[in-house]
Design a protein around this ligand. Structure first.
Ligand code: FMN
Length: 194
């Protein structure tokens, strides 16, 4: 059962993502969102740098987001088709709460940037878990938008980058399980070199 939240273990064992375009409302309330983000921020963070942050896009900002994506797409790919622009409009209006996860590493710090980026990944993961624990489903996507300099500049300060767009809502249909790697593929005992 993918929505079994009856114990801490089942919570961990049943979480799975939804495709953001298939999410429906209602989105988390402001108080729930604060709880989800608090959980997301409670993650390993070498040096206590919190090299990540969360930017929420309000419901009444979705048209502005759509305009931004149209402008970004036109700049990135002047040949982009009408269908592609339509897709961006749809993306900007997906239901649920949009949280943009920003990776904000401190360059030149004694804590390597790699570790700071790993911490951002952990923040994203806990955001998904927190949403699941509160009875929501989330989906983490990137795509060209996360790598567009135009979009980056709208969400990030210099040196920061978009780690993902995470939508939180409810699944429009029952989620199906997906294949997971066999334990033998991801778990071995250490074999020291002779
Ligand atoms: C950093 C990151 C970026 C991702 N970007 C996309 C994406 O752009 N499109 C997509 O379909 N899935 C993307 N995914 C995968 C989904 O978020 C998710 O992992 C997948 O749908 C199955 O997730 P589950 O194992 O949580 O069920 C991304 C995952 C991560 C960690």
């Amino acid at each position: 059962m993918l929505n079994d939240r009856s114990s801490p273990l089942s919570l961990l064992e049943t979480r799975r993502s939804a495709t953001p375009r298939e999410l429906v409302g209602p989105a988390p309330t402001r108080a729930e969102l604060a709880e989800i983000i608090t959980i997301a921020a409670r993650i390993p963070d070498h040096g206590k740098l919190h090299p990540w942050r969360f930017v929420t896009v309000a419901e009444d900002q979705r048209d502005t987001l759509a305009s931004l994506l149209h402008e970004a797409l036109a700049e990135e790919n002047p040949e982009a088709s009408e269908a592609h622009h339509k897709k961006e409009d749809e993306f900007a209006h997906y239901e649920g709460q949009l949280v943009v996860l920003v990776s904000a590493p401190i360059e030149g710090h004694k804590i390597p940037v790699w570790e700071q980026q790993l911490s951002a990944g952990a923040a994203g993961m806990n955001l998904l878990m927190g949403a699941h624990a509160l009875g929501y489903v989330a989906g983490w996507v990137t795509g060209w938008r996360a790598y567009s300099e135009y979009v980056r500049a709208a969400f990030c300060s210099p040196g920061e980058r978009i780690a993902g767009f995470i939508f939180i809502g409810h699944p429009a249909r029952e989620l199906e399980e997906r294949d997971r790697p066999a334990l033998s593929e991801v778990w071995t005992g250490w074999k020291p070199r002779p």
